[in-house]
Design a protein around this ligand. Structure first.
Ligand code: G3P
Ligand code: CA
Length: 267
């Protein structure tokens, strides 16, 4: 059954990130993969999201000390790996370890023992897994723009990715290196006129905003300023419907398996 679903996913036409972002449908973005049911930011979380046809699958990446982009959310290894027992120290920072040193870590058992043996994937292999059936929302937590843009070019996948970051200077760098890459500016706190003016200076297709800081007026103001509005992280059906009614363009959720049903249900 899963194979048949995946075959359908693979056979489906492949929209570009720009086509999706500029379309009129409310997009579903699987936050850290299907992270309500699988260990976040791992290959199982990405591949198991695919049958539910999210428009994008989101991931977070950081650079190791030898400059390899590795997919992980936190700056330190403790929460989502067995680093304390395997490497014998607490609070190890990803950027202080080489990629080869991180390879033996288990990134699945913290979530459930049945995921033992799941490892921290590279950005390169995560893109392969995600782009087999979806587009990728690449969230940069740490690392320079040139390395990312070169990787997307080398893999010829830039058109199927949106690059987002809380660090707006990084997004400005990406846009300088390749203005055709679709980008998003992440933020929190009220999405007010000052933030929208700054966002317009940088330029981007999307603002990705914390859901508790969004309302119908701020969504309308962002639209008037020329941005699509995505929101993180929306896991409650009522809130998803509320934001949809307010004109939201992208719903970033840990429950991409359920989100379309929420939106189809009567208000
Ligand atoms: O999609 C944006 C969202 O992922 C930002 O928050 O902390 O989950 O990376 P965080
Ligand atoms: Ca993220």
């Amino acid at each position: 059954m899963a194979d048949a679903l995946l075959a359908n996913v693979a056979a489906a036409p492949r929209p570009t990130a720009a086509e999706l972002v500029n379309g009129s449908d409310l997009l579903v973005i699987a936050h850290r993969g299907l992270s309500s049911r699988f260990p976040e930011n791992t290959l199982p979380a990405f591949t198991e999201a695919l049958p539910f046809k999210p428009d994008f699958i989101e991931l977070d990446y950081r650079h190791t000390s030898d400059g390899v982009p590795i997919v992980i959310h936190d700056a330190k290894l403790d929460r989502t790996t067995n680093s304390v027992s395997l490497l014998g120290a607490k609070e190890i920072v990803i950027g202080e370890k080489k990629a080869a040193e991180l390879k033996p870590l288990d990134a699945g058992t913290w979530f459930d023992a049945k995921f033992a043996g799941t490892y921290l994937p590279t950005l390169d292999e995560s893109l392969d897994a995600i782009l087999a059936g979806s587009c990728c929302m690449v969230e940069r937590k740490d690392g320079d723009a040139k390395t990312l843009v070169e990787l997307l070019h080398k893999k010829q996948v830039a058109a199927r990715c949106i690059v987002q970051a809380f660090d707006w200077d990084f997004i400005a760098d990406v846009r300088k290196l390749d203005p055709s890459i679709v980008t998003g500016l992440l933020g929190k706190d009220p999405l007010d006129a000052e933030k929208l003016a700054k966002a317009r200076e940088i330029g981007s297709e999307v603002v990705g905003w914390r859901e508790s800081d969004l309302n119908a007026a701020s969504i309308a103001a962002a639209h008037a300023a020329g941005f699509k509005v995505w929101s993180y992280t929306v896991d409650k059906p009522e809130r998803a419907r509320e934001l949809a009614a307010a004109g939201l363009d992208g719903l970033i959720t840990n429950k991409a398996d359920l989100a379309r049903d929420w939106l189809a249900s009567p208000r």
